[in-house]
Design a binder for this molecule. Sequence first.
Ligand SMILES: [Fe+2]
Ligand SMILES: [Fe+2]
Length: 351
Amino acid sequence: MNNGFPQKTTGGIKRRDFLRMAAGTAVATISGVITPLVIKVAHGKGKLEPFTFAYISDAHLYAGNPNHRFVKAIKKAVADVNSLNPQPDFVFFGGDLAQLGQPDELELGKGILSDVKAKIHMMVGEHDWYFDMGRKWREFFGKDVYSFDHKGVHFVVLNSVIVKDYWTAPNMTPMERMKAMAQLDNPKGEAFTVGEEQRKWLKNDLSKISKDTPLIIFSHSPLYKYYRPWNFWTDDAEQVQEILFPFEKVTVIHGHTHQTVTNKIKNITFHGLLSTAWPWPYPPQGIPKLTIQMDRADPFNQFDGCGDGRVDILSSGEVNKTYNFWDRNPMEVTFERVSKETGSETPGPSY
Ligand SMILES: [Fe+2]
Ligand SMILES: [Fe+2]
């Protein structure tokens, strides 16, 4: 029976759009009686304008050799994103611009990234940070923790590579500290964290955001517990996730793992970024179930297993992630696939 209310798609107006247009009070005819009807618009934002951003990550630049293969690699990524047509709304850099946090490494990276045509947002990795505790990085790129809004999506950039001080007591030099942090097997045993101060900041930042606003959180390390011996891990991940659980649509995008990796914990979807410098193999345990694993890279081809990529935000606020491999077919991880399948519902193993 037609109750006088616009049906789902009648006249090209969807019920949801109609509700938005009504935005408050409407009059509807039900059984021939004029009845004032107050319509509460629960989610005032409605549909988003879809948009795309591109990413480049984990360049690990050594300075001093302009022909170094890692320099060529990040330049290739810059050429890739500059050739996108249409251009992405912005480019995100996922951390580890430098290899050993040296000022000339960061300067080299800054110069190369200045050729990116779109606006660029930066995030730190541990390789950028532990020579001078981020001094040069902040001088070049500004805040390491910040948020911004873009076309109805709230973006947050975290510094997830905070570790407990293991350098003061043994009197380590800045370079000794840096080299310890640059090792994959993390011999000092200190796990990455976001830390209490930043968690407080995050809570406060999100307190102003409505729960139906799509969130995209950037962190260098995965914001879950993947594999501790390689520091594919954030030690206070559960506490950060707690802050994110009340939001309807949350996507976390991380660098650091240099591979295809997808996870889902409750309402949070996690996507890893490719590195321009080298691919990491998969650890012997802890790989999230949703991950479509990359084949082992050809060691004689520097670009194999490396690349850049793209994130498409759909009108629903859902996210499709594309890994743009340089020497293989691209891989798209759509929100349909992520929502159909179950990821790790538990925080993962502890070591
Ligand atoms: Fe890295
Ligand atoms: Fe890293």
